[in-house]
Ligand binder design. Structure first.
Ligand code: GLC
Length: 717
């Protein structure tokens, strides 16, 4: 339906019907295929008549259910405007991919795109029209549970992954095997003070624009059709009421003209934030900020009709929002086919296919990070006498948070996957996640004593990851560490596998393990991926998308930090100089830096050459990087290219990622890769908040992680 047709439809709509489009209800209002107002829903004061005017519903899927509800809804809709179905399909619908933080660790945008593509295909077959993803909030604080939903701490990595995800979800033309992407949470939700969920975000607009804004911009440049407001404040005003953020930055500067939906109840929460004295004011503030859809705050349903009758501007804003919502429905093809070709047959044929499961396994294999491999304990090719120990060794809780219809009870466990390849494996749980008893521990020690190598699987449950799961202690639980200490007394090689949705303080684990595989929440086929990596059938290639601290006391700790006026020098003569930016009880450096990850191959950088060392600011950097694999094992790694601007009008990070390429080398192969990097990636935010590339002196820093780098100076003019 073109805009003219939308306009024509709007001319027929009553104000109630227009406001209805601005309301999103939860699944509770639609049961057994029809609208209902029961129990707690009564508090919304909605009538059944109103429910049959609402624009969208969240949290319902399943071909049969969606068809029934749509059919009933249309039968009761005067103008036959289809209902839109939205849901949080973040990293999979039934085939669950690794969590987004793990997909970030793949450093492979194609992997990210395929994950979103499969999630779109399966959720569209399940009747979903819009997914509340990708979440592109930049994160630097592992105490915050939602770091699992992000692709990490770097603006450039997040930007590339955000665009890849939007393209995967929406496809080329939003056909009925794709869904509309709703990028979230706009904006700055990933920077809550103290890592405490829903806490205040108070960063300067300069820092917001330099670090946090790029990934949202990349998602919108990739044509994301919706944006979701964030719960937090930004620049002193809650995002959902923030006209500067939503009108000036989102709509005007980023040129976003799609649908802006509030997060759950976020409009009503403006009262808690104390920027609205009542729900009517909250509704007014949100509408003025350009929020098109009220998700479950019942602010628009209660107050907009009266407001529209009193104030022409409100009526105009309601029209604007109604038009954006109807145009989205048109882009989804809902006016042509309100069911988007959904059927139980299609659902059966297109969900959890072997192809999709294979893609999920490949994504997991790309995302696992090898953090330590002392004495080449891995891969386990020389022994089958393995003791498998630990609370996470035999559980299907490998899907992570926001895994929609993923079924942990149907997910292969690491024990099952390993046993299939190692029949003589011996297993003992040894402890629970956060509990241990003497008998279990003794049994595990006995089993381990009989075997040559110990593979221990540690971690946190998915219930301690995702929304509303902030932690003050990011070590493994004491009970698990107690078991690890007991196992270490056996003086046998220990391979620790970690399942978690956030960076952990692995200081003790590192000291007591010979090898460490960080597997995140690796998804439906994650156990198979971990097993293949342990056995050397796959060479791990993941790199950390977030810094891993030595201690939670260092947090926030991130690689692209500023120098400060007293940078630590780490020189012997300065060892006694306490007047430097450092701690007296801990190092500044992380346990594992951003971009770090080992391989079974021994790939090193031989040389980095710039085609020219003086380049125009409007030109490109041409970089040749030669790598050699000093082992017979083929492997992948990531060429990470950073830059540092020596002097600028605002402080400059010690290094900023400007390019990354995941590359493969055969055994004993040398290869030269040519990188072409536009100088626009060197832009920085000036005092006047403009984004510009400055002429001047720079350093190019190239490495296989962010800490071990080859530096080449260059000049922009
Ligand atoms: C939640 C989350 C948001 C999600 C929404 C709908 O509170 O903050 O990410 O999309 O509600 O489930």
């Amino acid at each position: 339906m073109s805009s003219e047709k939308v306009q024509k439809l709007m001319q027929q709509m009553t104000i109630e019907e227009k406001i209805g489009q601005l309301i999103q209800l939860s699944a509770d209002f639609f049961q057994d295929g029809q609208a209902v107002i029961t129990g707690p829903m009564k508090a919304s004061k909605l009538t059944l008549k109103t429910v049959y005017t609402v624009g969208s519903v969240l949290g319902i899927s399943g071909a049969s259910q969606v068809r029934k509800i749509q059919h009933d809804y249309l039968a009761n809709s005067r103008l036959k405007i289809p209902l839109m179905f939205m849901a949080d399909v973040v990293h999979g619908y039934q085939t669950i991919f690794p969590i987004p933080l793990a997909l970030g660790a793949s450093f492979n945008p194609e992997t990210m795109k395929i994950a979103s593509q499969v999630a779109a295909q399966e959720s569209a077959a399940g009747g979903i029209h819009v997914t509340f993803a990708p979440m592109v909030d930049l994160v630097r604080d592992p105490r915050w549970g939602r770091v699992m939903e992000s692709t990490g701490e770097d603006p450039y990595l997040n930007s590339v992954m955000a665009a890849a995800s939007v393209r995967g979800f929406q496809g080329e033309n939003l056909d009925n095997r794709h869904v509309a992407a709703c990028v979230k949470h706009f904006a700055g939700y990933g920077a809550p003070e103290a890592g405490r969920e829903y806490n205040t975000v108070d960063i300067s607009e300069w820092r917001f624009r330099e670090q946090y804004l790029p990934a949202y911009q990349a998602a919108i440049d990739a044509q994301a059709l919706l944006v979701m407001t964030s719960f937090n404040t930004l620049f002193g005003v809650p995002a959902t009421a923030n006209q500067h953020l939503m009108r000036d930055i989102l709509r005007k500067e980023l040129k976003f003209d799609g649908v802006l939906i509030s997060d759950w109840d976020a409009i009503a929460e403006l009262i808690n934030h104390s920027v609205a004295g009542d729900l009517q004011t909250a509704a007014d503030l949100a509408l003025k900020a350009g929020v098109d859809i009220d998700m479950m705050a019942f602010a628009y349903s209660k107050y907009l009709q009266k407001a529209a009758s009193l104030d022409a501007k409100t009526a105009e804003l309601i029209d604007e929002s109604t038009q954006r919502i109807l145009e989205l429905k048109d882009q989804l093809g809902l006016f042509d086919d309100p069911y988007r070709g959904v059927s139980e047959v299609r659902e059966h044929n297109e969900i959890k296919t072997s192809e999709n499961l294979k893609a999920a396994q490949t994504a997991a294999e790309e995302s696992v990070v090898l953090l330590k491999n002392q004495g080449h304990v891995l891969p386990l090719t020389n022994t089958t006498n393995v003791a498998l120990i630990g609370p996470v060794a035999d559980t299907g809780d490998l899907l992570g948070s926001w895994s929609w219809q993923g079924r942990t009870d149907e997910t292969t466990t690491i024990r099952e996957a390993l046993t299939a390849q190692m029949p003589h494996l011996k297993y003992a749980m040894g402890s629970h996640y956060r509990a241990i008893n003497l008998a279990d521990m003794k049994n595990a020690i006995n089993i381990a004593r009989q075997q040559d190598v110990i593979v221990a699987v540690w971690g946190l449950p998915s219930s301690e990851s995702g929304e509303a799961t902030s932690l003050t202690d990011i070590k493994l639980p004491a009970e698990q560490l107690q078991l690890l200490h007991e196992l270490a007394k056996l003086n046998k090689p220990i391979v620790s596998v970690i399942i978690a949705g956030r960076p952990l303080d692995l200081t003790e684990v590192t000291a007591l393990s010979d090898a460490i595989l960080f597997a995140w929440f690796p998804g439906s086929k994650g156990a198979n991926a971990v097993s293949r990596i342990l056995l050397g059938q796959v060479n791990p290639s993941g790199k950390l998308p977030m810094t891993f601290p030595r201690s939670v006391g260092q947090v926030p700790i991130y690689y692209n930090h500023y120098r400060t006026g007293r940078p630590i020098t780490n020189t012997p003569e300065d060892a006694e100089n306490k007047y430097q930016s450092k701690y007296i009880d801990e190092l500044n450096s992380p346990l594992y830096p951003f971009g770090f990850g080992l391989s079974y191959a021994e790939i090193m950088i031989d040389s980095v050459k710039l085609a020219a060392t003086t380049i125009a600011t409007t030109d490109q950097l041409q970089v040749k990087v030669t790598l050699t694999n000093h082992s017979a094992v083929a492997g992948k790694t990531v060429i990470e290219t950073y830059a540092h601007q020596n002097v600028a009008e605002t402080v400059r990070p010690v290094e900023s990622l400007i390019d990354f390429e995941k590359v493969s080398l055969n055994g004993n192969e040398s290869k030269t890769f040519t990188l072409t990097i536009p100088c626009s990636r060197l832009a920085n935010i000036h005092l006047d908040l403009s984004k510009q590339v400055d002429a001047g002196q720079y350093s190019l820093l190239v490495g296989l992680d962010s800490a071990n780098l080859i530096t080449v100076p260059f000049t922009l003019e």
